[in-house]
Every structure is written in structure tokens, then in C-alpha cells.
Ligand binder design. Structure first.
Ligand code: MN
Ligand code: MN
Length: 298
């Protein structure tokens, strides 16, 4: 498959062939500042190579439209359990490695996801209203998908977005996202599941809002995230051991100022109790029972 990328900052065009089965990177020197531009594979994973749910499907989401409260969307770059009547994701699951980091700028093309069945409500870029009570908060972050325009753009589908208190989104949630990227830059790959729970959050006005867009979008009461940290390698599922670091948090969806995310750490078991999901279900029961009970303290 041939792709054309225009890198305006470096004023150059690149032609290259991206092979879906060979994730080799293409490295180019710009000639302007001699900094190498690393272009990662542009093709999304095929269903056969999709690693976004390697550690499990926490709610047994399915692509049957009768499963409207737990509807599976496989975007390639991440997977979603979507809840039609809540107008938001239940959870989003993805895999991040250093090959996901490139030089593509934030696309900002928030839009409806037309993969949803035709008669379902579809939030779009303006559905949160004009008062900016809440941010359009990413589950799979834009900055985790900068290897291609298509990859970055996929994160702006509204099925990956929740109504998130602005100070939460921009401060402690963002600080945890940044910390995850530092782990990847230090030689790790991450399996991440991020989701919502309950209804009623406090945005900029500091009052509880339950829904947006005339009841079509449920504002979550809580946000949660599970991060499994593995040193770079292969056979990832088999490398999850009882010593594997797992970072999990539950945060109220409210607008307190501050970037400290560490004090929100809980166990995976706490999130399973909150949500009723079985997280990391592909990991053996013996290992789950150890890593899901532990609270990260590094
Ligand atoms: Mn965010
Ligand atoms: Mn579990």
C-alpha cells in the first residue's frame, strides 16, 4: 500500500511503502536541523494482528447491534466497548510501543463515528455544547498515536471521547498520560484500558451535571485506568508475571486543581469491584490474583 505524507515542518515529501506485517521504521534526516524524523507504519493493524485486546475483553463486548450497551468497535489503533444509551465508551483498550510515537501533529478532527449503526445517536464535535463545562477528554490519547495522520485522527472519533472535568483532563489525568509516555521512552511497552463509571460529574461550574446534549450523553462520575508495564519484547501475554508492574487509578470526574495522580492509585480488584468487569482476563488466574490485588507504589 502506498502512502504519501507531507511533513510541512521539514518541507519534504516522503513516499514509502508500508507493509502491514513488517513494522520496520523509516528514518529520514531532514537536512534542516539534522534531527531524524522517524516515520512509523501507517497501516492500522489487521484484525489478525490487532494487539489492542491482548490481555482480554473486560466486558465481553460484541459487535452484535443487540449488544447496544456493550458494543464492540475495533478501530485498529484501539478497541472500544460503547454504550449507546449513555452516548459514551464504557472502556477503551490499546497497546502502546515506541513505534506509535512519530511526528504527526494533533489532528483535532473531533467527529461522529459513522461505524455506529445508522439509527443510533452519534455525538459530534459540537455535542458537548458551547459553554465548555467539560473537555472532550480522550481515552486513548492523541499523543499516543502520532505515527501517522490516520492513527492520530482515529483518536478524535467521539466514541473515544468522554465529558471530562477540564482540570482533571488537563492536569492529573494528563500527568499520568505523560508518565506513561516516559515509561515507553525508557524502553517499555504498555497495555492500557481506560474507562468510565457512573453518572454525574463536576466541570468548570463546579456543579453536578448528569448529561449533555438533551440527555443523549451521560457525564461519567468516575474515570479509571489500568496500565500494564512490560519491558520491550515479544510474546507479551506470556511475559505477564506476578512481578509485572500494573498501575491503576480511579479518579472522580471533578475539577480540583492539581497534577498529582499517584494518590489516586488503587488495585485492579478495586476497579473490577466498581465496574463488574474482569480486567486482564487472558492472564492466568494465578497471576491475576497477585497483580490485581497489589497497589502500585513506585
Ligand atoms: Mn486528555
Ligand atoms: Mn481480572
Amino acid at each position: 500500500m502506498k502512502k504519501l505524507l507531507f511533513l510541512s515542518s521539514a518541507s519534504l515529501f516522503l513516499f514509502f511503502t508500508a507493509c502491514q506485517k513488517d513494522p520496520a521504521q523509516v528514518s529520514v534526516t531532514s537536512g534542516i536541523n539534522e534531527a531524524p524524523i522517524v516515520v512509523s507504519p501507517v497501516a492500522p493493524p489487521t484484525e489478525a494482528t490487532d494487539s489492542t485486546m491482548l490481555l482480554g475483553n473486560p466486558s465481553n463486548a460484541s459487535s452484535n447491534t443487540a449488544d447496544f450497551s456493550n458494543y464492540l468497535l475495533r478501530e485498529g489503533y484501539y478497541s472500544v466497548s460503547y454504550n449507546r444509551d449513555a452516548g459514551r465508551p464504557n472502556w477503551v483498550s490499546w497497546h502502546t510501543t515506541s513505534t506509535d510515537y512519530g511526528s504527526v501533529p494533533r489532528q483535532n478532527d473531533f467527529r461522529a463515528n459513522d461505524e455506529l449503526p445508522g439509527d443510533w445517536y452519534k455525538a459530534n464535535a459540537s455535542s458537548f455544547g458551547s459553554l465548555y463545562e467539560f473537555d472532550k477528554g480522550h481515552m486513548c490519547p492523541s499523543a499516543d498515536r502520532t505515527s501517522s495522520i490516520e492513527a492520530n485522527s482515529s483518536t478524535f472519533l467521539m466514541t473515544n471521547i468522554v465529558a471530562q472535568a477540564p482540570n482533571n483532563n488537563q492536569q492529573r489525568w494528563a500527568a499520568l498520560e505523560d508518565y506513561c509516555r516516559s515509561l515507553v521512552q525508557d524502553g517499555n511497552e504498555l497495555y492500557i484500558i481506560s474507562g468510565t463509571n457512573g453518572e454525574g460529574g463536576k466541570g468548570n461550574s463546579n456543579t453536578i451535571t448528569t448529561t449533555l446534549d438533551n440527555g443523549k450523553i451521560s457525564v461519567p462520575a468516575k474515570l479509571w485506568k489500568v496500565i500494564v508495564v512490560l519491558p520491550n519484547g515479544s510474546n507479551d501475554l506470556g511475559r505477564v508475571k506476578d512481578t509485572t508492574r500494573v498501575i491503576s487509578v480511579i479518579m472522580d470526574n471533578e475539577n480540583t486543581v492539581g497534577s498529582d495522580w499517584k494518590s489516586y492509585r488503587v488495585s485492579v480488584d478495586d476497579i473490577e469491584f466498581l465496574t463488574g468487569y474482569d480486567l486482564l482476563s487472558k492472564v492466568s488466574g494465578a497471576i491475576q490474583s497477585v497483580i490485581e490485588a497489589r497497589v502500585d507504589n513506585l
